[in-house]
Design a protein around this ligand. Structure first.
Ligand SMILES: C[S@@+](CC[C@H](N)C(=O)[O-])C[C@H]1O[C@@H](n2cnc3c(N)ncnc32)[C@H](O)[C@@H]1O
Length: 301
């Protein structure tokens, strides 16, 4: 498949395509399966099927819309369970060429035509209003565009948090940004992300959210699910709990939601150097000795 601009189509192991970003030197999805990641890591984890059975209206906030796979997987699941369910979707994305290129290359075709055609119109017009879907695609830095959403009117049942990795794109994993994001999560909603980084989990906890681990998909580490009050969250393992007491758990900070990635990384490194917390390498060695199975440990320190 041909390369368009800085985006190179990349075939993943479940047969679906993602992009490789030259800017971030990272793929947009797990190489074990892009479609599978959207369906399992995001949609199954945030219990959308249950909500579709119980609610006539579901509100979704898709942070880092990208190719649109998380939204596509959500719509497919909701309408499979409840064909009449209404959906309100707000999607944030900095680079409109990403969803446009995905459409141009027909990458959404692995979903039913009712979903791929709806999202094609959505991306072309940056909004869509049908009897079953009211959606807006807001282009710009999510740190700013999220502030255009009226909190009183939009409390999400599910938030998909899907930026590039914390080391590459720390702007969208900071204490301040995640605190802002949490304000859009309904009292019964779920925020899900593929990341199990201790820094991200700490920032979510600092926003007042409870966190749990989502199932590993492919060969990847577990992700994270967060909610305001829910005792049935899948618990963190003992190594994951202790990971949160190491230097890796020092979160990224961006006091005015405007700093560059370089500044945000430097600020955290300085805080880590001055911190009395256990070195993450000690924690890793300790648990490697205990488990002898390094793949049980969360990665992305
Ligand atoms: C890992 S990809 C998201 C994949 C996407 N969820 C999907 O299903 O295809 C990260 C996306 O974040 C976008 N992005 C990067 N920085 C951003 C920012 N500051 N605000 C909003 N979007 C951003 C990138 O353009 C990219 O599309």
């Amino acid at each position: 498949m041909q390369k368009i601009g800085l985006l190179t189509p990349y075939l993943t192991q479940d047969g679906s395509y993602t992009f490789f970003s030259q800017e971030y030197a990272e793929t947009f999805h797990s190489s074990s399966g892009a479609k599978q990641e959207a369906e399992k890591k995001f949609i199954d984890s945030c219990r959308i099927a249950e909500k579709a059975q119980q609610q006539p209206l579901i509100k979704l906030l898709d942070i880092c819309y990208g190719l649109g796979y998380n939204s596509a997987a959500a719509l497919a699941k909701i309408w499979e369970i409840n064909p009449n369910c209404q959906v309100e979707l707000i999607a944030l994305e900095i680079d409109e060429r990403v969803p446009q290129t995905a459409i141009a290359l027909n990458l959404l075709e692995s979903w039913l035509p009712s979903v791929s055609e709806t999202l094609t119109t959505f991306v072309q017009n940056k909004k869509i209003i049908t009897p079953k879907l009211k959606a807006s695609l807001i282009i710009g830095d999510a740190r700013k565009t999220i502030q255009q959403i009226y909190r009183d009117q939009f409390q999400a049942d599910a938030i998909f948090l899907d930026p590039f990795s914390p080391t590459k794109c720390p702007q969208l994993w900071t204490v301040e940004f995640l605190d802002l994001v949490s304000k859009y999560l309904s009292p019964t909603g779920y925020l899900v992300t593929y990341s199990c980084a201790a820094s991200v989990r700490t920032a979510l906890q600092m926003a007042g959210l409870l966190i749990g681990a989502t199932e590993s998909v492919g060969r990847r580490s577990p992700g994270t699910i967060a909610t305001w009050s829910n005792n049935s969250l899948p618990p963190l393992s003992q190594p994951e709990i202790e990971h949160l007491q190491t230097k890796a758990a020092i979160p990224y900070r961006d006091p005015f939601l405007s700093d560059s990635d370089v500044i945000i990384r430097q600020r955290r490194e300085q805080e880590q150097q001055a911190s009395p917390l256990e070195a993450t390498s000690h924690w890793k060695k300790r648990w490697e000795k205990i488990s002898k199975k390094t793949d049980l440990l969360p990665s992305n320190p």
